[in-house]
Design a protein around this ligand. Structure first.
Ligand code: SF4
Ligand code: SF4
Length: 389
């Protein structure tokens, strides 16, 4: 098995079944075509099934890839369970609708079981940096190994959602909102996600970047053809390649920064042993939500003046959720899910955000089905980012 600095990167031109099978075989060739999978092994495939969205909306792991992976695992005699806990309720009825919308029934026809265990379990993880105890979806503990299969997307809070972030789906349904509140700071939140990656230790992390999502991700952005599949034993090494492909500084992604600070990965793309030149896969015009400049901006400023300047920089340069009133239908979902209770609905049935209470978790942006809540960058931040590009 390749070491954790190795990343397999291959072309996959479409979701046509044979193209996907060929690409997946190329991708997994360095991993002995899954030769670590033994007969009767129970494999959990942790997909990204974030919301009730169709495959062509590019928010969820594409079923064609899950079908091909299921075939390959079953050819080795494994049993395959595919699952995830979406952003809403973690209940049979709700998740069943998501399976149907996301095309998971196709994977079921290929012999995978769609997870039906909706129990939760408590983890105690003393080595964690943020989450020494946490709640998780119990189906993951039934598996002998976990394969983490994400979708590469832009992300309001984290800049990018890929392999590391995908394991946040191990936290059950609405408990995710509580965790946003429990870890309101971007780095604490990122460390919590890295803790989940370390606890579950997926044997392989794969990113579906055949068609990813750009813009107002992770649910309201636009599909973006990228024709790539990425795999690694390390979710962080895979994410460094993902970030490089979509043109963002890996260290601006909080989970990569957290993993680098913890010595789990070197964030320099040159340190990654990649099977193909990353530059050849670069998507030049990928529209990102934002590079999280607020993570480093003013970090070295000390004393009372430093505090004031830092406060100003954060206020002026921080990315924040902003309503596009014309797209809002006044459903109130954002107000109901806001973990900080920062949103109230006004007399016109439009959400109003209390900026002093908002923790910038971007749940309102992530779960607005109309895409009416956008991750907003100030004019000054846009100018700085443009001059950095
Ligand atoms: S912003 Fe979205 S979730 Fe919030 S009320 Fe408007 S449409 Fe509903
Ligand atoms: S307003 Fe949006 S970003 Fe702010 S705390 Fe509420 S859900 Fe999170």
């Amino acid at each position: 098995m390749c070491d954790e600095r190795f990343v397999s990167l291959v072309r996959c031109p479409s979701y046509e079944a044979q193209a996907v099978r060929d690409a997946l075989e190329n991708l997994l060739l360095p991993y002995g075509m899954l030769d670590f999978v033994k007969p009767d092994m129970k494999v959990a495939v942790k997909a990204n099934l974030v919301a009730m969205m169709r495959p062509e909306q590019a928010a969820t792991t594409h079923p064609a890839l899950l079908c091909a992976l299921t075939d390959m695992l079953r050819e080795r005699g494994a049993t395959v369970t595919i699952g995830d806990s979406p952003g809403g309720l973690f209940t049979p009825v709700f998740v069943e609708r998501i399976y149907a919308a996301a095309g998971m029934k196709e994977a079921e026809a290929h012999g995978a079981t769609l997870n039906q265990n909706f129990e939760t379990a408590q983890a105690v993880f003393p080595e964690a940096v943020s989450a020494q105890t946490f709640e998780y979806t119990a189906w993951l503990k039934e598996a002998d190994v976990i394969i983490n299969f994400c979708k590469l997307k832009s992300h309001g809070m984290m800049g990018m959602s890929a392999c590391a972030k995908n394991m946040f789906g191990a936290v059950p349904g609405t408990t995710k909102m509580e965790y946003h509140y429990r870890f309101p700071d971007a780095m604490k939140f990122a460390n919590m996600i890295v803790d989940l990656d370390e606890y579950f230790k997926p044997v392989l992390s794969i990113a579906d970047a055949v068609v990813g999502m750009e813009g107002n991700g992770p649910t309201a952005g636009k599909p973006k053809a990228m024709s790539a599949l990425i795999a690694s034993r390390s979710p962080h090494a895979a994410d460094i390649v993902c970030a490089s492909i979509i043109g963002i500084d890996p260290l601006s992604v909080p989970t990569i920064r957290a993993a680098a600070d913890r010595g789990l990965v070197c964030a320099d793309i040159k340190s990654i042993d990649c099977s193909a030149p990353v530059g050849e896969f670069a998507v030049k015009d990928f529209s990102v939500v934002s590079a999280r400049t607020d993570l480093t901006m003013g970090a070295n400023l000390k004393g009372p003046i430093g505090k004031i300047v830092k406060g100003f920089l954060h206020k002026t340069l921080e990315v924040r959720p902003k309503l596009q009133p014309k797209e809002c239908i006044g459903c109130g979902k954002c107000a109901r899910i806001c973990p900080a209770r920062a949103i109230t609905m006004n007399a016109d049935r439009k959400p109003v955000i209390d900026r002093n209470v908002c923790i910038k978790c971007f749940c309102c942006q992530e779960f607005c089905e109309k895409g009416a809540m956008k991750a907003h960058r100030s004019a000054l931040l846009k100018l700085i980012q443009r001059s950095n590009n």
